[in-house]
Write a protein that binds this ligand. Structure first.
Ligand SMILES: C[S@@+](CC[C@H](N)C(=O)[O-])C[C@H]1O[C@@H](n2cnc3c(N)ncnc32)[C@H](O)[C@@H]1O
Length: 211
């Protein structure tokens, strides 16, 4: 029960079901040196990062690959990447450190409390089967006032996306991600930022600060 006596929100069991429910290490065994969104959409994401990531920040790039889309006009104190494929992460020149970790097998993060100023999850949140514990962990590892930017588009690997993601309309995906923030604790009211460029893949972002 919550403090006002109402039952806590429960997602339906089938919400997080996936067509391909085999361990993620099989699907991500082969590196994919591809971009998952159009060039103008990447530029829009880098632009948003430029607005919210001060120089000298300690950055966590969750569900990272061979690219982090960070602005190249500034230095960072630390850029930690967490993803599934070692070859991709090795090739990512923006990372100062990386780790292979399956968040669907273990939603905890191998980082100290309050060790980052910014956390990013680019075009990947649809693959999380335990998103609320992962968001709670991001809250734990962010310093107070730190920001978490969750971005997504209309493209994905359908067999690995959760069932809800495949059936909800974009506005409901935004609400879903905002709900993850709310249930995770730690975070203030999330805001929705639409940076979709004309004629390219959309870019929808939900952003919140650690309280
Ligand atoms: C569509 S790619 C996006 C990669 C990168 N963030 C970008 O913007 O190009 C999805 C990423 O999610 C990561 N990923 C998928 N399932 C994961 C899991 N269970 N645990 C951790 N990372 C995962 C993969 O390693 C892959 O890099």
């Amino acid at each position: 029960m919550t403090s006002d006596g109402t039952p806590p929100l429960q997602f339906p069991e089938e919400f997080f079901r996936r067509v391909n429910a085999s361990p993620d290490r099989f699907f991500y065994e082969q590196p994919r040196f591809v971009q998952h969104i159009d060039d103008p959409t990447i530029a829009a994401l880098t632009g948003l990062y430029g607005e919210v990531i001060p120089p000298g920040s300690r950055v966590l790039d969750l569900m990272s690959s061979w690219v982090s889309h960070l602005p190249t006009d500034r230095e960072y104190a630390r850029v930690a990447g967490l993803g599934m494929n070692a070859e991709e992460l090795t090739a990512n020149k923006q990372l100062t450190e990386w780790i292979v970790r399956d968040l669907n097998a273990d939603p905890t993060l191998p980082y100290e409390d309050e060790s980052f100023d910014v956390a990013l999850c680019a075009v990947s949140v649809q693959y999380l089967v335990q998103p609320v514990p992962v968001f709670a962990e991001v809250g734990r590892t962010l310093a107070p006032g730190g920001v978490f930017v969750v971005s997504f588009s209309h493209r994905c690997f359908p067999e690995k996306a959760i069932e809800a993601w495949r059936s909800l309309a974009p506005a409901d995906l935004v609400r879903l991600v905002a709900t993850y923030f709310g249930l995770a604790g730690h975070f203030g009211e999330p805001i929705f930022v639409d940076r979709s460029p004309e004629g390219a893949d959309p870019l929808w972002c939900v952003v919140s600060r650690r309280e």
